[in-house]
Design a protein around this ligand. Structure first.
Ligand SMILES: [Zn+2]
Length: 458
């Protein structure tokens, strides 16, 4: 009897969950269809890329993007749109950089190069020195301790590992060449750092990105050169060719500038004090239009607001679509969002970031406790028909990552990454390299996850 009873209870529970899944499947299908047919994300991205362009923190274009996305959020149907003031680093590239390699007794080989973000310039005179190639951090220390790097330009040739199928892992491993190694070169007396671009493709474009300094050591100039130039230079050095390099960069760090996060809000109907955030970053590097990084994430987040409105859903919880400022070279927008959340004693239930490009969505990286993780996994089958299977633990993103200290459950949209680093931080990150369909499919899956978290909590 007892067994029979518990069997019928579980049958009842099962039928509940099957009904819920059917309802949810239909509701999600409605949202997805609306986005695939009526989304404004692609048109909004065209505006950000073509009418505004590069949006480096502190620039007048970044301010134009603040105003434009505030307007887009209103048009999308947000109840209220407001700005969160924050001070941001104001780095400028100045006049275009130049550089070349001089082989003894041969013509100069001009380099495709750019200064790294936040780096110090060489000044008008430039820097000229012999070049030493280094392939990893261990070798950098060995050569540094042997006093081989003093007075040299250090060529940090940390090629991204082609065998890693998840390209973000290759970026994470080789990225230290850009964000950590230049200051170690300075520690060992080098006069400049020349970094192989963090592209996994052979190409002629320098890929910029942020570097950092340690106040205990001199602040030496740091540049990126294209992967093709890096391969050529490495081959010359392997042939023991006698050579020097010349670099001239004009960048400088100006005093911090005022800027803003942009927040579009839909007030919750039942649990208004519980906040669900969806966001991307509004700033971009200066060499291109910041289309995939992260114009795509910005317009996808705005699209979630539009789709919720268009589908007639009344969220129980409060939804924030946030355009974070300064992810690329300071992260000030993300830390301001956390600071205000603490100050205003806000309750942040969940935050979803999209900053890995607007490519075909494959899944979500989930940064949350076991109980929440199990709950999200139960929703997984609802996503299969949209080609989204990969629900695994991982870092959600740099902007929403700040909320982790509040105990907020975090997620990051995980699109296909095979082509992201071909264009990441390079002149090729333009609107033409974004697929309308892939962009909208990403937004559709984000909206589906937000719908489920809002309906069931976490
Ligand atoms: Zn980004």
């Amino acid at each position: 009897m007892k067994i029979k009873l518990s069997l019928s209870v579980s049958a009842l529970l099962l039928s509940f969950s099957v009904t819920a899944q059917t309802d949810d499947s239909a509701a999600i299908r409605k949202i997805v269809n609306d986005i695939m047919n009526n989304a404004k994300a692609y048109d909004n991205l065209r505006y950000l890329c073509k009418k505004i362009g590069p949006r480096l923190s502190g620039s007048s274009n970044a301010q134009k993007a603040v105003e434009a996305t505030a307007r887009m959020l209103k048009e999308a149907g947000a109840d209220t749109v407001y700005l969160q003031p924050c001070m941001v680093p104001h780095w400028i590239r100045g006049e275009k950089e130049t550089g070349y390699v001089q082989l003894a007794g041969a013509a100069k080989h001009p380099l495709k190069l750019c200064a790294l973000g936040n780096s110090y310039g060489t000044g008008k005179k430039g820097v000229s020195a012999a070049v030493v190639e280094v392939n990893n951090m261990k070798q950098l220390d060995e050569l540094g301790l042997a006093n081989v790097l003093k007075g040299k330009i250090v060529f940090l040739n940390f090629a991204m590992n082609q065998t890693y199928i998840e390209v973000f892992n290759a970026y994470g491993e080789s990225g230290v060449a850009r964000w950590g190694a230049p200051t170690v070169c300075a520690k060992y007396g080098a006069v400049a750092a020349m970094v192989r671009s963090l592209s996994i493709n052979p190409d002629d474009y320098p890929h910029t990105g942020v570097t950092s300094y340690n106040d205990s050591f001199p602040k030496i100039p740091a540049v990126a050169i294209s992967t093709n130039d890096a391969d050529w230079l490495s081959s010359q050095l392997k042939r023991k060719m006698k050579l020097t390099a010349f670099l001239q960069t004009n960048c400088q760090m100006l005093p911090d500038a005022p800027s803003f996060n942009v927040v579009g809000e839909i007030k919750g109907s039942e649990f208004a004090s519980e906040i669900i955030t969806v966001g991307g970053h509004l700033d971009s590097w200066d060499l291109a239009e910041g289309a995939q990084d992260d114009g795509a994430g910005v317009v996808q987040s705005i699209e979630v607001i539009r789709a919720i409105r268009a589908s007639g859903i009344k969220p129980k919880r409060t939804i924030h679509a946030v355009m974070f400022m300064n992810e690329e070279n300071g992260g000030r927008g993300g830390s301001k969002y956390l600071e205000l959340a603490k100050k205003n004693k806000e309750q942040h239930l969940f935050a979803l970031e999209t900053d890995a490009g607007g490519f075909t969505p494959r899944g979500f990286a989930l940064q949350m406790n076991d109980q929440q993780f199990e709950k999200v996994l139960r929703w997984k089958p609802l996503f299969y028909q949209y080609g989204v299977y990969n629900f695994s633990r991982g870092g959600a993103g740099a902007d929403v990552g700040h909320l982790y200290e509040l105990g907020t459950a975090l997620a990051g949209l995980a699109p296909d990454t095979q082509r992201y680093f071909d264009i990441h931080h390079a002149a090729t990150d333009v609107f033409e390299n974004v697929s309308r369909r892939e962009l909208h499919l990403g937004a559709a899956n984000m909206a589906a996850l937000i719908y489920l978290v809002d309906k069931y909590g976490l």
